[in-house]
Write a protein that binds this ligand. Sequence first.
Ligand SMILES: C[S@@+](CC[C@H](N)C(=O)[O-])C[C@H]1O[C@@H](n2cnc3c(N)ncnc32)[C@H](O)[C@@H]1O
Length: 527
Amino acid sequence: MISIEDLKLKYKRAILASQKLYADRRGKDTAGAVRYTKGKIVEDITKDIIKIAWSKISSDEDRLRMDKKKIVIKTNDEVYKLSQDINVYIDDELRVSVECKSYTEVAMYKRVLVDASLLKQAVPTINSFFIVQLENFLGGDYGKDIEAKGSESVITLNRLFPEVNTVVITLLDGDRDINKPLHKPEYYKPLRDERLNYAIEQFRKAMLIDQNIKKGVIREPFDKYKKILMTYPDAKLLRRERKVVDRAQKEKIRKGTKDLTTIESKVTEIDVSGIANKIICGDSEIILKEFPDNFVDIIITSPPYNFGLEYKDDKNKDAIYWRDYFDKLNRIWRECHRVLKPAGRFCVNVQPLFSDYMPTHHIISKQLLELGLLWKAEILWEKHNYNCKYTAWGSWKSPSMPYLKYTWEFVEVFCKESHKKAGDPTKIDITGDEFKKWVYAKWDIAPESNMKKYNHPAMFPEELVVRLLKLFSYQGDIVLDPFNGVGTTTLIAHKLKRRYIGIDISEEYCRTAEQRLKDEQRQVRLF
Ligand SMILES: C[S@@+](CC[C@H](N)C(=O)[O-])C[C@H]1O[C@@H](n2cnc3c(N)ncnc32)[C@H](O)[C@@H]1O
């Protein structure tokens, strides 16, 4: 396997070659050749970075493939052939697209975003777009900071293309200075470990999402994309919103809940020191009855699915008569609603049991609406869980009873009384970049990979809780999970400086939840 040292050596050799090319120019114009050499260096190094990043996810090198074949995209009657410097395939699905540049100008960045947006619509399996540049020419902090935020123009452009998840990696420190070109020996800049490691980590994260995807049928991407050519109106390209005349007046007539942004009820602050930061073992329906009214800021939970999973201490084996299941949940929701503060948020992760034709997410949403909660959002948690993609069609190749497959779950978000939850601005911990990405309500997050380790059959991943907490709550808030399992919610609440309460019926799960918190506290003490 290639090491970071190999990469640095490769870079040094390549830069020396471009310096030699420049020194030997003898009056010939070699600018193009020098630029080409630099672009090629970035491409070569990036491929190695991707290989190293992949080795941190899987030891199976065959699952990773890279090429730069053109991808054909159809817009109305025109055909647009799009070439990226590196197409990264995992299990033969195109997942990451990379542009390699000696440097990038804002105009080029704009072009890259337009291409990426077209590509994303034509090839929905792509989840990240990278620009890897040798030196920064985009303004902002790319040449200075490793975890850069970008210049104002870059941030604005990113906001215009929310569907494109772009990562800009700058390999060398400092901005590009036309008067100090790298191909003159006196301006040589080294490739530093810190920047390389950052690049590896960004690619690792982008590819991690695919680690659970099983090897599918091998097919050539070119043919595949030819078959799914897309047609869409040009207006979509320009992101024009359809104009509504008298929007405000029409909203008034419709009487939606948009204007509910203030709290009418009188609530007195109570001392919660006896309840907060606890894992409690028992039936939520009973435990919650002991809690006061209006003190929880946010509930994040995932109820037992009634799928027949093997939860510990569950004599019913997670399979009871649906009516009894929903009645039980409703009694627990009623208590959740009571303990939730006005303006508090309620996020429920649900996976319907499609094979029972049971639309659990609709039924639970109806229950919560009937309790008086306001519907705020629906997040589509795309797990890319293709495990059973090629089987169980119901009626194969016949409309008599086709059975559809789903690779995602839902998170339904509700709030109590008001859509707006005011809070201390110094307790906000979401970054601009995170906000911009996460308000786009389709979240690509790989399923939890530690279920075996924690001996729990239905955990949600930490990242899901991180996003919900940062997007919907403030530091110091009280977080409740009435179906806490092995404590993913409580662990992340603690890590993100919120107070937590976790309830689960299984003693074993509660012990694990406590242990995860203790391990986290010990680790923090060590560092
Ligand atoms: C889908 S799991 C939640 C897993 C959790 N999100 C995690 O990441 O570990 C549902 C949990 O609800 C628990 N449970 C089932 N009925 C319960 C009840 N009446 N009160 C409290 N917990 C219950 C189960 O033991 C199970 O751990």
